[in-house]
Ligand binder design. Structure first.
Ligand code: F1P
Length: 329
């Protein structure tokens, strides 16, 4: 069995155990105190590739729940000091493998500027875990080149942490985690129902947190299935990119609270141009609560799509050409 598929599928059962055994106790850590003491400052979120998408998505949720100001940068821009002036005292640095060169250089630069760095990784023995001020090592095993379940598990943990700090109830997370198995099956069924050979262009649309999810969705489909894939903030798609729509285009829309009317009109318009549109969310083709807390489940349909499209094209999702698990400069 493909390692990537195994790790995508692991989420069906692992999310629940991970939530009950790790996430709910996560709030004990001294990281909470650091965040609480930085709430009036700007907090930086930094990463590369999927970890950049994770940083972007988490930052939007931190802003929403904690009312903090955040800034998000690709690690390369921090590493080579191409950012505007950086202010604040806390930076979250994301790297699944913990050895990506730009992230390690960014950690050094931020340390020199007086930031306390939180190194978010799944590798205990990585350089990031050793060199960051506060290593946050997640108990997740992921071997494939393509990052899948760790994206969702880390995101869930950080979102839960933000809600813990803000004193929000945790009940809704438990419900979403309970629903994750069914959501996985519904996503699988929805993707299986698509004649994937027909589509050569994938588009992922979402707003706010769901924009980060859309970027990650597109990246999954590129990495696994080598299919031309793009992501936009939902309504941005009408401002130019839709010129590329035809009957080979498959569009995934992440539904957002209060946007039903706009989403309906967009769907109608894109369908009239020949595209197929699938909605993820309340009353959507793949049903899910539109609560922002559902963010940590929302890449699952695209992870399945990437895998299935790779299979239909006869390419291996485990061996994306030109990619390595860790990029070193
Ligand atoms: C970041 C990353 C991956 C991507 C690729 C190269 O790695 O960009 O997201 O899939 O294979 O590296 P990391 O810093 O999260 O380990």
């Amino acid at each position: 069995m493909s390692v990537t598929l195994r790790e995508i599928t692991d989420q069906k059962h692992e999310l629940k155990n991970f939530f009950e055994n790790f996430v709910v106790n996560f709030s004990d850590r001294n990281i909470l105190r650091e965040i609480e003491s930085s709430l009036t400052e700007e907090i930086l979120f930094v990463g590369c590739g999927s970890s950049y998408n994770l940083a972007l998505t988490a930052s939007r949720y931190f802003e929403r729940v904690l009312k903090v100001r955040t800034r998000v940068f690709p690690a390369g821009e921090v590493a080579f000091e191409k950012t505007p002036k950086l202010e604040g005292k806390l930076a979250f640095l994301f790297s699944r493998t913990g050895n990506t060169t730009e992230v390690l250089l960014a950690n050094e630069v931020l340390g020199r500027k007086g930031f306390k760095t939180v190194g978010i990784t799944i590798e205990e023995n990585s350089k990031l875990s050793k060199e960051s001020d506060i290593p946050l090592v997640f108990p997740i095993k992921e071997e494939a080149v393509v990052m899948t379940k760790s994206f969702n598990m880390i995101l869930l943990s950080l979102m839960f942490m933000a809600d813990t700090i803000s004193g929000s109830p945790i009940g809704p997370y438990r419900e979403l985690v309970e629903y994750s198995e069914r959501f996985f099956d519904l996503s699988w069924r929805a993707v299986e129902g698509i004649d994937l050979k027909r589509y050569e262009h994938f588009v992922f649309l979402g707003m706010a947190e769901f924009y980060g999810i859309s970027l990650e969705s597109a990246l999954k489909c590129i990495e696994m299935s080598l299919t031309f894939s793009e992501a936009y903030s939902t309504l941005e798609y009408r401002h130019g990119p839709k010129a590329l729509v035809d009957e080979k285009t498959l569009v995934f829309v992440q539904k957002v609270v209060g946007m039903d009317e706009q989403e309906k009109r967009l769907k109608r318009e894109l369908e009239s141009l020949g595209a197929t549109v699938l909605e993820i969310g309340e009353d959507g083709d793949i049903p899910l609560s539109n609560d922002w807390r559902s963010t940590f489940l929302r890449t699952i349909p695209a992870q399945i799509l990437g895998y299935q499209k790779a299979s239909s094209r006869g390419v291996s999702p485990d061996r994306p050409p030109h990619l390595e698990k860790t990029v070193t400069l």
